[in-house]
Ligand binder design. Structure first.
Ligand code: T1G
Ligand code: NAD
Length: 709
């Protein structure tokens, strides 16, 4: 029919195949090709039934998301799926859709316009549009409740998680799971339908799962309030519920109109633009400019982890979750047992929650070999080091590793802040040394900050990026400096939080302001979770680098002096009860009052806006420096680091995207105001100033020749 869609015949069954790699997105030409194929098959008297199938690794993964940007920026772009869906549904010959890989978004909507759906057991279906800040726009909110019922449709559209094919069969979305060859199975199924005869089954005419509208009132109210909690800041979740409610109240054609209105509202929203930025951003950060495509990867078949503490344990779990056996070394049996117990507890928790079975847990535990020696280290392909944060100790263990591992073994440090080049200087193979900076809890947080040392080879960098993908992490490559990218920006963010507390803002008010902004957790509670002592050790290590006369906060150092490290000691900024629930603690107010007296600070009322601006713009200002210095390759790399590692809200797109959305002139003016009022920490970054004055955007800024890192 066209380059993207082909029409063939297997005797009386027409086969329409989509070929638009890599994911058969409904790019321009695909819907048209399908429509023309159905019409041709319809007119061909020899054809009794039709099968629609995806070529390559998957069925349709959705509308072409690249078109959305064109639509919202008025640069053309189109999303016209209803004509093909109507042609499919109104086709008088049975049309069976065969699903493998993923039928997502417009892909599932296309499948539901078919009369029947068959799938292989490993297939997934879903309406993930809400993860892009939009709702299904091709009838998904109207056909899905007719196939799977209202509750399932709300769950799938308001949350966007994929549904495995066997579950989709239970829900009535899929009619049969095909064993063996999908196309053969689909054709056989189509032949059965043809043999049965009778009018094709139009999904839009199904009503069995749609009861009288009245019964839903309480249900939709409950669904909305739950989505308000779980999908904070994402209006698309509410819009999806509104559209499905329309399906229970309006005739199909009216429901489609209502869905289209809601879809348009979402598509032109800042939330959707930010979330689409995040979608493509996660794919862009995997591409390293200048890294030769043909660079050789080191095989990673066996690993070792040094230190089984807060991080080491989680890192070991990442490797065995990917099927890579691990040697887990500690300095004492007691430390080893404690680390293993934590791992066992985490896995038992996942089994209890039904994430995987006991046998899977046993398999993973069996891949961990606890040890107190370096025996076997000459067999591993990579060592992930996670011992205490201190340069002397890091260099000591890297010197030890240098003697026991193979020359082609990668040495990856999980240091939060220390200089990778200096750590590498303790070994005779600095080209094999790199930073693999996981985030706490390491088996949960998706980010892996990959820190290139000046000697790290392209092979080690490329292997690290590939390993991130295998460990189901988002790998982002950054340069080597204190705190690298994420923590270097987080320093000013948490500095401002402490200073605001010293100036009079209540601890829980600071957290509430950032939580309302969309952060997964406020800065004070985050500090307590990670351990206030981690930052304290680092500040002590770098005391000599402090800027004379700058107003550094004293609050957290005071709390640490008192042994208040946070959750791990039962008290930090908050006091924690036996259920780890946090409570405000007057002891902390006393500490802050003393600091105000010592610094001569007059306590004052501080509003939410100032709290948010000081913390978020502290991120942006430091991010601009990091970008200009080349520590981050692109602004999107910084955004993805904050989305995947620091709980920054996807519907704000990341700190740099958010600043672009606010407008850099406005951000710059606010930073200048803070500079005048709060001092040198707020000196505007040169790049922020430049772009604010030129009307530029971080997202469009690229480093010019000669500005390389
Ligand atoms: N449109 C355009 N490009 C897409 C795409 C899409 N829908 N899906 C993937 N790509 C690109 C991606 O950017 C990457 O490009 C390459 O394909 C491989 O993807 C009307 C409005 C299917 C699970 O949200 O979840 O339908 O980096 O690296 O890990 O109601 O891609 O190589 O240049 O992710 O194997 C709804 C989005 C759209 C699904 C495969 N659909 N895609 O994962 O490969 S809205 C989605 C995915 C919609 C309708 C509405 C995943 C995947 P590049 P990849 P993967
Ligand atoms: P931790 O104190 O929880 O664990 C460190 C472990 O290292 C301890 O169990 C200790 O017994 C062990 N150890 C010390 N010397 C050793 C040696 N010579 N051989 C083997 N084991 C040894 O610390 P952590 O929080 O897991 O931090 C570990 C590293 O990860 C540090 O570099 C830290 O900066 C970094 N990091 C921490 C976090 C976090 O949130 N905690 C996040 C990212 C990175």
């Amino acid at each position: 029919m066209n380059d993207l869609v082909s029409l063939t015949r297997q005797d009386e069954i027409a086969v329409i195949t989509i070929n638009n790699p890599p994911v058969n997105a409904l790019s321009p030409g695909v819907p048209e090709g399908i429509k023309a194929s159905v019409e041709a098959a319809q007119q061909d008297p020899a054809v009794k039934g039709i099968v629609l199938i995806g070529g390559g690794r998957t069925f349709i993964a959705g509308a072409d998301i690249k078109e959305f940007g064109k639509i919202t920026s008025g640069k053309g772009g189109r999303l016209s799926l209803h004509p093909v869906l109507e042609t499919m549904e109104n086709c008088p010959k049975p049309l069976v859709v065969a699903i493998h890989g993923t039928a997502f978004g417009g892909g599932l909507e296309t499948a539901m316009a078919g009369h029947y759906r068959v799938a292989v057991a490993t297939a997934q279906v879903g309406q993930p549009e809400v993860k892009l800040g939009i709702i299904p726009g091709a009838g998904g909110t109207q056909r899905l409740p007719r196939l799977a019922g209202v509750a399932t449709a709300v769950q799938m559209c308001a949350y966007g998680d994929p549904v495995p094919a066997p579950k989709a069969l239970e829900y009535g979305i899929v009619d049969k799971i095909v064993e063996g060859d999908l196309l053969a199975g689909a054709i056989a199924f189509c032949r059965e339908i043809v043999a049965k005869g009778g009018p094709p089954r139009k999904t839009s005419e199904l009503s069995g799962k749609l009861s009288d509208s009245g019964v839903y009132d309480f249900f939709f109210e409950a669904a909305r309030s739950e989505a308000r909690k779980k999908q904070r800041g994402i209006p698309a979740a509410q819009a999806a519920i509104d559209a499905i409610e329309a399906a229970t109240r309006l005739p199909f054609a009216e429901g489609i109109k209502r869905e289209a209105e809601l879809f348009q509202q979402c598509l032109f929203s800042d939330q959707s633009k930010a979330m689409i930025h995040a979608f493509f951003g996660e794919r862009e950060v995997a591409k390293i400019p200048g890294l030769p495509k043909e660079v050789q990867l080191y095989p990673i078949r066996r690993a070792a982890v040094l230190g089984a503490g807060t991080m080491g344990g989680g890192i070991a779990m990442n490797y065995v979750n990917a099927g890579i056996p691990v040697l887990l070394k500690e300095r004492s049996q007691e430390d080893l047992d404690r680390g293993l117990n934590t791992i066992r507890k985490n896995y038992a928790n996942s089994v209890k929650k039904g994430r995987f079975s006991q046998p899977v847990m046993d398999q993973r535990m069996a891949l961990i070999t606890p040890t107190l020696t370096y025996d076997g280290f000459d067999q591993v392909d990579i060592v992930a080091e996670a011992v205490f944060e201190g340069m002397a100790l890091k260099k000591e263990v890297f010197a030890e590793l240098d003697k026991v591992v193979r020359p082609d073994c990668i040495l990856a440090s999980n240091t939060s802040t220390l200089n990778i080049d200096e750590i590498a200087s303790a070994s005779s193979r600095p080209h094999m040394v790199i930073g693999h900076h996981f985030f706490s809890p390491a088996n949960v947080m998706r980010l892996l900050e990959i820190v290139r040392g000046k000697a790290s080879s392209n092979e080690v960098i490329a292997t690290s990026m590939d390993l991130a993908r295998r460990l189901k992490k988002v790998g982002v490559l950054v340069g080597n400096c204190m705190g690298f990218c994420g923590n270097r920006m987080f320093g000013p963010y948490r500095r401002e939080a402490q200073l605001l507390a010293e100036e009079g803002a209540a601890v829980d008010a600071i957290d509430a302001a950032l939580y309302e902004f969309g952060m997964a957790m406020g800065p004070m509670a985050t500090g307590d979770l990670a351990g206030l002592d981690v930052g304290w050790r680092i500040r002590k290590e770098y005391k000599h680098l402090e800027i004379p006369g700058a107003n550094y906060p004293d609050a957290e150092d005071q709390l640490c002096e008192m042994g208040r490290y946070g959750q791990k000691t039962g008290a930090g900024w908050y006091r924690y009860d036996e259920n780890r629930k946090r409570h405000m603690d007057p002891e902390v107010d006393k500490v802050l009052e003393e600091i105000r007296k010592k610094k001569g600070i007059q306590k004052r009322e501080i509003g939410k806006e100032e709290i948010v601006d000081r913390l978020i713009y502290a991120l942006v200002n430091e991010g601009a420096r990091i970008l200009e210095e080349g520590i981050a390759l692109r602004a999107v790399d910084i955004d993805i680091i904050y989305l995947a590692g620091y709980g920054f809200p996807a519907h704000k797109g990341g700190p740099m995207w958010y600043a672009d959305t606010v407008g850099l002139k406005k951000v710059y003016d606010r930073v200048v105001e803070f500079h005048q009022r709060l001092g040198r920490f707020w000196e505007p970054a040169p790049l922020l100033k430049k772009l604010a004055e030129s009307g530029g955007k971080f997202a469009e800024w690229t480093r010019t020749k000669g500005q390389e890192a």
